[in-house]
Design a binder for this molecule. Structure first.
Ligand SMILES: Cc1cc2nc3c(=O)[nH]c(=O)nc-3n(C[C@H](O)[C@H](O)[C@H](O)COP(=O)(O)OP(=O)(O)OC[C@H]3O[C@@H](n4cnc5c(N)ncnc54)[C@H](O)[C@@H]3O)c2cc1C
Length: 369
């Protein structure tokens, strides 16, 4: 028997040993004693059903929420969420709403229909505004549909470019969004609480940043021998998880039910907003803002996900270095590629092969290289 198949049996046996532990019996020396069952992820090449590519709208200084006058219109720019646009969407939408509310208005336009545009449009509706979304593409054709999307502010900004003012806004946005998503938990919105296992080589690489650590409840550092992962330091915590295909459709439906209007329209320059009937426009165009606003700070970080056939028995998330595994009802997402400044939307086959090999090693009990 190979060491890989032995390790796979290790994953499978973890359930039995958990029960053994509960029953007070001692397991044989050197065996795993886990508190739960870890169903093994089946990473065979012929189980890959698709590989998708997206460009994260990254700004080294972090997201933008700021007002600008364009002719007779007030424009609130709201974009640049990097690798955490779904995560922060409701929170930065609240910041954008506060900008809008500085002056009286009854109707607003939102440009863009990804996670950020939809959250903005819904909060404006809840504040009593009549809202029209103008957008080039709709779900499922947005970058937001590609997102993983574990609730975690990841690839937010460059450490050395984050100002104290940004930190304050970021923390406010993160806390608001985290609370808002809690009210959406359930199959209707495709939002759930899932156990996550963050694996690292050193305790100092601990996965969770302190100021927001309370947003990852039920945390525990797992001792070696109590988990099947090939790392010395494994932290378990519970996190919100958003199944974007279900979630974006549901929020768009809410927007329409609440009287929202939708216009499929692309803009090539910001001045075109002069033709809109609404006096206030919120620009939620993600990476599209680079062209539209001329924001050259905005840069793509290409990422790709390979999706395996669904395995309903896999009910936990893993992260190890850049690699991550998120189980969804429509498939198991394997991720872990980032290419800064890359605009090509084609699959990077080398990156894909490395990422799949890394996951195969991980679930076989070997540290990925
Ligand atoms: C592989 C990968 C994994 C990711 N994982 C996560 C994760 O785990 N968690 C997380 O929170 N985030 C994750 N992200 C990041 C997330 O996808 C983005 O931060 C998020 O999608 C940004 O949302 P958005 O609404 O700003 O942009 P988009 O979803 O791109 O929406 C922009 C909208 O604006 C419209 N638009 C653009 N330009 C114009 C124009 N000129 N005229 C009219 N309309 C226009 C588009 O058609 C679209 O409707 C991931 C991204 C990738 C690629």
């Amino acid at each position: 028997m190979t060491s890989r198949s032995l390790h796979r049996r290790h994953f499978l046996r973890s359930a039995g040993l958990a029960a053994l532990g509960l029953a007070g019996c001692s397991p044989p020396a050197g065996t795993l004693v886990t508190k739960r069952r870890f169903a093994p992820v089946n990473i065979e090449e012929d189980r890959i059903i698709r590989t998708v590519v997206g460009l994260r709208p990254f700004r080294p200084e972090g997201f933008v929420v700021r007002e600008e006058r364009v002719g007779s219109k007030r424009v609130i720019h709201h974009y640049g969420h990097g690798g955490c646009g779904v995560t922060l969407s409701w929170g930065t939408a609240q910041l954008a709403l506060e900008e809008v509310l500085r002056e009286e208005t009854s109707s607003c336009a939102v440009i863009g229909c990804g996670a950020v545009g939809l959250a903005t449009a819904r909060l404006l509706q809840k504040a009593g505004k009549s809202v029209t979304i103008y957008t080039k593409d709709l779900p499922p054709q947005t970058t937001s549909n590609i997102a993983g999307a574990k609730w975690q502010p990841f690839t937010l900004a460059d450490r050395d470019r984050r100002t104290p003012e940004f930190e304050v806004r970021f923390e406010r946005a993160a806390r608001f969004a985290h609370r808002y998503f809690q009210d959406l938990v359930g199959s209707h919105y495709g939002v759930s609480w899932v156990e996550s296992y963050g694996c690292s080589d050193k305790p100092s690489e601990g996965y969770l940043q302190d100021p927001l650590a309370d947003l990852y409840p039920d945390r525990e550092d797992l001792a070696p021998g109590t988990h099947p992962f090939p790392y010395d330091h494994v932290q378990r915590y519970t996190t919100l998880f958003i199944e974007t295909p279900v979630y974006l459709e549901a929020v768009l439906r809410d927007f329409m039910i609440m009287g929202g209007k939708l216009v499929v329209r692309g803009f090539t320059m910001m001045g075109e907003v002069e033709s809109l009937p609404e006096p206030v426009v919120v620009n939620c165009t993600g990476l599209g803002a680079r062209e539209l606003v001329g924001d050259t700070e905005l840069t793509p970080i290409k990422g790709q996900l390979s999706v395996l056939l669904p395995q309903p028995e896999v009910d936990y998330l893993t992260t190890a270095g850049m690699l991550y595994m998120f189980p969804r009802r429509d498939g198991i997402l394997l991720g872990g590629t980032t290419e800064r400044g890359e605009w090509d939307l084609g699959v990077n086959e080398d990156a894909k092969a490395k990422m799949i090999a890394g996951h195969r090693a991980f679930f076989a009990g070997e540290k990925p290289v």
